[in-house]
Design a protein around this ligand. Structure first.
Ligand code: F0G
Length: 377
């Protein structure tokens, strides 16, 4: 039989591991690519929309793809501790993979403005949680400094192995569709994931790894990106930010980012230059979504398609739907939206935005029957 044992085993020929590398995996990757049925029917333009549900990774977000690689390499290099700054998902993944590897995780998170589920994960996996009186960008600045003079491995996406792991999402999509989509839409914070996808698509589109002519400028030589000589298609990469945290829209860093989508409450993206290059090379664009648009898309997806993602993730669909309506995304095209995290991560925001509250009735047949009959359409 075939047992799926994670993305490093699956793609080991395209990842920086050796035959004797001890792989730290929780079976991440291999997430469903779900074709939307009901939402596209309400659009006036014919477009095929798929969502790549990364919320079904072991810790509930795409970070697991990067973390299996980063922790595997940290162990190979003899590290006994990892550190990250996080808006929540990276800390959950770091905590889990450190537990799996038997090493220590330190996670630096903003005081408040972190979704409850993510905090629960970091605590359950036994990470040392450091809440700072500051935001993600402050945390990032601090952990870079600490990692430069302390024996701890930094596992934020500035660690090139993170992007190597995350590029495999693009491999899966191309394998499943038989080609790359025409557009790939993602929520953008640090812009690591949009960059990782571009690396993955570029590797898939390159003639073969024999055609590698130059070191990749994105990952400093870790991948097999040919930097030209493409035979397959690559998508336009489209990145959506929350309006209150949209440095790519402003064209400059944002000092006091704010948004209900706390995962992408980031004003100083770490992959700034690479993300601009991705936009340029892919013929894509950046745009922003208002918080109410993001929440509306999250709710729409949950109600119409049965897919529950966290708010930040819904920015990809919110933006894509707008760009389809406006004709920026061409009629007849295939669109993939990455749903980066699971809706269960942030129960508070979900409950707060639910207009219909649970009906409270006595535990009697009459009352329960009436509550059902009254609501049958
Ligand atoms: N979506 C979710 C759910 C995220 O958690 C993040 C980033 C992003 C999108 C943006 O990805 O940074 O690669 O552009 N979360 C990080 C964290 C910052 O700490 O969990 P990006």
């Amino acid at each position: 039989g075939h047992r799926y044992t994670g993305l490093i085993e699956r793609y080991r020929d395209r990842l920086p591991v050796h035959d004797d590398t001890r792989i730290i995996s929780l079976g991440e990757g291999n997430t469903p690519l779900i074709r939307l049925n009901n939402i596209p029917r309400e659009l006036t333009r014919e477009v095929e929309i798929y969502v790549k549900f990364e919320g079904l990774n072991p810790t509930g977000s795409f970070k697991d793809r990067g973390m299996t690689m980063a922790v595997t390499k940290a162990i190979e290099e003899g590290s006994r501790a990892i550190v990250c700054a996080s808006t929540g998902n990276t800390s959950a993944a770091a905590a889990a993979y450190a537990a799996r590897a038997g090493i220590t995780a330190f996670v630096v998170i903003p005081d408040g403005k972190i979704a409850l589920g993510k905090l629960a994960q970091a605590m359950m996996h036994g990470a040392t949680v450091i809440q700072i009186e500051g935001n993600f960008d402050d945390g990032m600045r601090l952990v870079k400094e600490v990692a430069s003079n302390t024996p701890v491995t930094l596992v934020n996406s500035v660690n090139p192995y993170r992007l190597q792991g995350q590029k495999t999402a693009a491999f899966e999509i191309v394998e499943e569709l038989g080609r790359a989509p025409d557009y790939h839409c993602l929520p953008v914070g640090n812009a690591g994931n949009i960059t990782a996808h571009w690396i993955g698509y570029s590797e898939m589109a390159a003639k073969s790894s024999d055609d590698v002519t130059e070191a990749c400028s994105y990952c400093k030589g870790h991948c097999k990106y040919a930097g030209g000589g493409m035979v397959g298609n690559r998508p336009h990469m489209v990145g959506y930010q929350a309006a209150g945290s949209a440095p790519f829209m402003r064209g400059a860093m944002v000092d006091n980012p704010d948004t209900v989508a706390t995962a992408i409450r980031i004003g100083h993206p770490q992959s700034w230059d690479m993300a601009w290059k991705v936009r340029e090379e892919s013929g894509g664009w950046f745009d922003e979504c208002q918080d109410d648009e993001i929440l509306a898309a999250q709710k729409l997806l949950a109600e119409k398609e049965g897919v529950f993602c966290e708010p930040a993730s819904a920015a990809s669909l919110a933006g894509a739907l707008r760009d389809i309506r406006e004709g920026k995304i061409q009629e007849g095209s295939t669109v993939v939206c990455t749903l980066t995290g699971n809706g269960l991560k942030d129960p508070d925001t979900a409950i707060a935005q639910s207009v219909i509250q649970p009906a409270k009735v006595p535990a009697e047949l009459d009352a329960v029957s009436r509550a059902i009959r009254d609501n049958l359409v």
